[in-house]
Design a protein around this ligand. Structure first.
Ligand code: ZN
Length: 246
């Protein structure tokens, strides 16, 4: 293949722009905020789940507390009724003895139920504290997530701006180069890790970093300037420059 030496030089400029575009795309995929963002999303999700569990536990406990308090009320009013009967003096000896023993067992029952109420209230207090702590942690995690989301969007927008600029330069340059040269370059670029054309610098291929041997140097020296050279070792297009050392 043949191409004007100036077009071969510009192919190196195109390669530089394509490499820059590749780097920018890689940077966009690996922005440091991405990992932080993912970790915070997970944490916010976990805290929301824990809060749902905690508020469910709170309402279960509230129900338990109401039930325990109602049980105490029931025992208390029964004892009150019994005492009134006793105080009325209208009961017989047998009933009197029954009422007295019932009052004793009601007192014991009331004390047990009050212990239960106290125990439930302690659990309510613990559940309230847990919900408050989880709410605080969730709010903090959500604020962190919002901050990182904004930072990530800003970082992406900056990279996108650089990408768009490099892309427009690249397209402008590509449009000026011969179609067959571009086609070969694109094919090689796809095959060989994004590098399709490389300069010879101090007798070294900048594509694969191998030093050219004397036979290759002699071959290149003898080649017409508009012959498109290829490196035997890496197959890439080789471009002669002022720094080639030929
Ligand atoms: Zn090479």
């Amino acid at each position: 293949m043949q191409a004007a030496p100036a077009d071969q030089q510009r192919l190196l400029d195109l390669q530089a722009l394509d490499s820059k575009l590749d780097q920018l795309a890689h940077r966009r995929r690996t922005l440091p905020q991405l990992a932080e963002h993912a970790a915070l999303e997970t944490r916010v999700g976990q805290l929301r789940d824990l809060l749902v569990a905690s508020t469910t536990a709170q309402s279960d406990l509230a129900r338990e507390q109401r039930k325990a308090e109602a049980d105490v009320d029931q025992v208390r009013s029964r004892a009150e009724r019994d005492r009134k009967l006793l105080d009325s003096g209208s009961v017989g000896a047998k009933e009197l003895s029954n009422l007295q023993s019932e009052l004793e067992s009601l007192a014991k029952r009331q004390s047990d139920l009050e212990d239960i109420v106290l125990e439930v209230m302690e659990r309510v207090e613990a559940a309230d504290a847990r919900t408050a702590e989880l709410t605080k942690q969730r709010d903090e995690a959500e604020a962190d997530l919002a901050r990182v989301t904004t930072a990530l969007a800003e970082e992406r927008a900056a990279v996108d701006k650089d990408l768009a600029f490099a892309k427009s330069q690249r397209d402008l340059l590509a449009a000026q180069l011969p179609a067959d040269l571009i086609a070969l370059y694109e094919k090689l670029r796809a095959q060989y890790g994004g590098i399709g054309a490389a300069a010879i610098k101090q007798r070294r291929c900048e594509g694969c970093r191998l030093e050219l041997d004397i036979a290759e140097i002699n071959e290149i020296r003898a080649a017409a300037p508009d012959l498109v050279l290829r490196h035997d070792s890496c197959r890439r297009i080789l471009v002669r420059t002022a720094e080639s050392g030929l």
